[in-house]
Design a protein around this ligand. Sequence first.
Ligand SMILES: [Zn+2]
Length: 180
Amino acid sequence: MDCVCGCGRNIPKDLLERNFAAATVALELLAWDKNRALPGPGPEGREGLIARGVECYDQLLYSLHREGGGDPDPGCRAWMAESLEMRADLSDMTKRRLLGNKAPNLSEADLERLDRRHPERSFTGAAAATRGAPLAGATATATADDDLVEKLERLRALRDEGALTDAEFAAAKSRLLGSD
Ligand SMILES: [Zn+2]
């Protein structure tokens, strides 16, 4: 099998799993790049997490090219788990913020879990502030309209990338427009 980096090296059998791991890390990095609608993760921020992922990918490639010592697997497995979990959390948090109390999949326990893991966002507080406050009609200024358009764009992006179902999108949209 060819090396995942495209260098043309043939990867021997004993390193195939590591070649797959490198491909998985690359896909995960791509997912971060594609999900621009998501807020940055944690205090480290999106760039910090991505930089550590790139470091993992580099170490895996060094190893696949037989240029580096050490075992990159444990560190890369840990990064993958962290990244996947963080992306799932951020997707939940964004859903909840956009859908307010109509987010069907998130219980109060989920929210508390998110708050514990992401204290910088104090998410239950943000959700409470969103509840019952129609966003349209509050003010008729151009700024409010811009804000609304931006939120709708973001919703659409979330639906397009599969983070929101059509039903969730419709619920959030009617909530934003104050027509429910
Ligand atoms: Zn290569």
